[in-house]
Design a protein around this ligand. Structure first.
Ligand SMILES: Nc1ncnc2c1ncn2[C@@H]1O[C@H](COP(=O)(O)OP(=O)(O)OP(=O)(O)O)[C@@H](O)[C@H]1O
Length: 232
């Protein structure tokens, strides 16, 4: 589904350039749940943002479902970003004045779908993440874990081919983190959602199929996780 070849991202140029990614190659198959790990500054967010088409690589090739997105013009990249990619941010990125349902359906309405249709899709997405009945609450009336689940509902409402999450549990306690990770796992197990998640917590790897580790902008390990009885 995703093929990355010799991806590089430099910030600045010449001798002082920061080589945030320095030649990274890998493939991700449809239906995989992949964690990207590595020390602070190893290039995880830079990689995720390029994969989610939020940033450009300096060099290298990036293909989504056979289409070389790295060399598409910006208008087409925007289209792919809107239609194929779901993104979950560390800080939820919800609009405070809007209810959970409105936060989920606002994008769909902006794309020209009717309010009725968008609302129905939003309720389905909120139910999938375990927030049935909480559609009218504003973010301030929700826990951190619930806010992040609204953000996940917003991402899945557009039925993305791939979902990216950048440290989605960074601001959550263990209990809320588990609820969020359970939602990702359910989406992966029961709906075949492909997920790529940046994390620095070793225990999060219990939920994923595979762990890619970066060090100083280079891929240093790519491991499949053992299946355990309890988990997948
Ligand atoms: N806009 C930028 N301008 C200059 N350097 C940057 C910029 N963004 C990131 N970098 C540098 O690129 C390198 C990789 O950063 P990145 O944020 O991808 O790392 P990370 O692994 O996600 O770190 P963390 O776990 O702390 O979030 C770091 O050395 C960082 O300082």
């Amino acid at each position: 589904m995703i093929v990355v070849k010799d991806l590089k991202r430099y910030y600045g140029s010449g001798e002082t350039a920061v080589k945030a990614l320095n030649g990274v190659s890998f493939e991700i198959k449809k239906g995989e749940f992949v964690a990207i790990m590595g020390a602070s500054g190893s290039g995880k967010t830079t990689l995720l943002r390029i994969l989610a088409l939020l940033d450009d690589a300096t060099a290298g090739e990036y293909t989504i479902r056979g289409l070389k997105v790295s060399s598409l013009p910006e208008a087409e990249r925007s289209y792919y970003r809107l239609t194929q990619v779901g993104y979950v941010f560390q800080d939820y990125a919800l609009i405070n004045e809007m209810s959970a349902a409105e936060n989920v359906y606002v994008l769909s309405m902006m794309e020209g779908n009717s309010k009725k249709e968008s609302y129905k899709t939003a309720l389905e997405a909120l139910e999938k993440v375990g927030l049935k009945g909480k559609q009218d609450r504003i973010p301030d009336e929700l826990s951190g874990g619930e806010k992040q689940r609204v953000a996940i509902a917003r991402a899945i409402a557009k039925k993305p081919n791939i979902m990216f999450a950048d440290e989605p549990c960074a601001n959550l306690d263990t209990n809320n983190s588990k609820q969020v990770l359970d939602v990702f796992k359910d989406l992966n197990d029961n709906y075949g959602q492909t997920i790529v998640m940046v994390t620095h917590e070793p225990w999060h790897t219990e939920y994923v199929d595979r762990v890619i580790t970066l060090e100083d902008g280079v891929l240093v390990s790519d491991e499949m996780m053992e299946e355990s009885g309890e988990e997948k």
